[in-house]
Design a protein around this ligand. Sequence first.
Ligand code: SF4
Length: 342
Amino acid sequence: MTTSTSATGKRVLLAAPRGYCAGVDRAVVAVEKALEHYGAPVYVRKEIVHNKYVVETLAARGAIFVNETDEVPEGARVVFSAHGVSPAVHAAAAERSLQTIDATCPLVTKVHKEAVRFAAEDYDILLIGHDGHEEVEGTYGEAPDHIQVVDSPDAVAGLEVRDPDRLIWISQTTLSVDETMETVRRLRERFPNLQDPPSDDICYATQNRQVAVKKLAPACDVVITVGSANSSNSVRLVEVALDAGARSSYRVDSAAEIDPAWLDGAATVGVTSGASVPEILVRDVLALLAEHGFDTVEEVRTATEDLMFSLPRELRADLKAAGTPVASPRRDGRRSLDVQPV
Ligand code: SF4
C-alpha cells in the first residue's frame, strides 16, 4: 500500500487488482478487431461482457447485440460472448450457416471441458452457480442429463442424486469464494464422498478482486464498486466488501450514479471495479470523489496480474491471412475502448 497525506483528511483506498481481466480484454478486442477487419455490422450474441459502457461503445461502432442466433441474418458473422455457449447454440448457428467467432473465456471453456469429461464418466455433476446466468446456461448445456445447478448453500438440502459415491462439484467462474466454500461444506455434509474439481473453477481474476477488496474494506466508511448490475463478479464485490467490514457498500455503473449523501461524514472511501469494467470509469469515479475532498488516493495491491489470452482462433486465422498483425490483447483494458493510462 502507498501512503500520503491529505489536507482534507479524506482519502480513497483504491483496490488493485481491479477492472479488466484477461478474458474480458480478449473478448472486447475480438469485437473491435472484427469490426475493423470485416466492417460493420458484426453481430454479437448477448452482451459481449456484462458492462453497459462497453456494450454501448461497441454498439456505437457497429456491433449489433442480439439475444439469440435466430436474430442474425443467415450466413452473417456472429461473436459469442465471454460467458460461453452451450453446444445447442453452436448447432443453431451452424444450421443458419453463421460465421462464428467464439470469444468464450478460456477459463470458462475449462469448466465446460470438466463437465463433458465427468458426464462421460457418468458422474452426477453439481454446478454451483446462479440459475439463469449465461455462463451457467452454457456449462449446463454441455451435459444437461448429468448436471444440477446449486444456486445457494440453502439449495443443498433439496438435492437428489443417483449415486452419492459418484458425485463431483464444479462452479461458475465469478462467484464469491466464501459463499461457494460454504455451499461445498454443506454438500460434503450431505454427501461425504463428493469429489472436488481438478482445479479452482472460480477464476484468478474473481479471486484476486475479492482478496483486494477484503483487505481495504475494514478501513472504509464506504466502498464503491464500479460495475453493471448483471455483472456477477461486480455484485459479489459489493457483498464481499460488506462482509469484510465496510460500513456501507454500493455498486454504480458510472460516477453519475454516486449519491453525494453516501459520502456524508465519511473519511475513507474504498474503490474497486469488476472484471468487465474499463479503467476510464474508475478514473471518472476518482475525479468525482476528488471534487468532494477525497483527493488522496492510496493503492491497496494484493496481487499482480500478467495473464493474457490470444484472440479467438477463427479471427486470428483471418487476420493472419490478410497480413494484419495479430497483437495479443492487453489485460488492463487500456488499449481496448480506453486509451489513456491512469
Ligand atoms: S472473470 Fe474470469 S472467467 Fe470471466 S472472463 Fe474474466 S478471466 Fe475469464
